[in-house]
Design a protein around this ligand. Sequence first.
Ligand code: GRE
Ligand code: ZN
Length: 327
Amino acid sequence: MINKIALEEHFGATEPNIVAQSEEHFTPQAWPRHRDMLLDITDRRLALMDEAGIEIAVLSLLSPGIQSLHDPAQATDWAYRLNDHAAEQVAQRPDRFGSFAALALQDPDAATTELRRAVTELGMVGALVNGFSQVGDADTIVYLDDPRYADFWATVAELDVPVYLHPRDPLPSTSPQYDGHPWLYGSAWAFSVETATHMLRLMGSGLFDRHPGLQVILGHLGELLPFNIWRTDHRLKVAPRGIAAQRPFGDYLRNNVVVTTSGNFRTPALLNVIAEMGADRILFSADYPFEDMLEAAAWFDALELNEPDLRKIASENARRVLRLGDR
Ligand code: GRE
Ligand code: ZN
């Protein structure tokens, strides 16, 4: 078994009470157990990591987390307190845990200040953002390509840390295509489409032309994007429709995006990502406790890939992208 690093591993908290957000993803029978799994960091989680051969778990807040707190002052306060909580937990076992900052992008300046604090004072390895933020009221949604985030992205580039673009559900008010089919929401489908579209917005906005070194992490083997990127570029050549980006999106995918295996333990899908992006841009992850760490590890450990690529995906790429041990 190869020792692994996992980086889409979620936690919750009761103070402030963010853990309640995840209840909708479970049956009433399964919820109490998963609630406990979200709240625990150094007990059962650590035992499972040992069993799965996961040496380091990089923690992040559950989804939608801070992004759905539409009052900017509350969002800023909760992000600060939850980042402190994560840092305290990591400090108990710094050999086994790291963390991504949660950020209140409802207030771009405050989020930028908090990212700097999280990286330079709390030792965090980057930020994890759960898609668009609701700003001011529940129906106003802002994506990360918005011009208000110019200074935020400049600071991400300056600190040289990755941003994990993690899924959240689209709002029903903007998603008539899902009406009457509630199962289309969540991780079965809408999470991926929502997140892939957000990523395409970042690519199309020219963000990666302005910051060519920026690294954005996508979970779930790239949220469907690697499978369709050729067709997107192929069609945009014919009808660019005012796109601001200077290069084909495939270039950004291969230079500015890395993907994790979180919640997508499927070998043909992995082989497609290796073919499109290369083994240097794929990082093992589980997506605990929404997914089973042991299932993720059993799948990965049985892969019939060459040993150098397995080592890259298991941990070497994560050490490089997260600069573990460098800071
Ligand atoms: C996730 O974090 O990816 C997730 C959730 C809720 C349900 C399923 C899931 O946040 O994969
Ligand atoms: Zn996740």
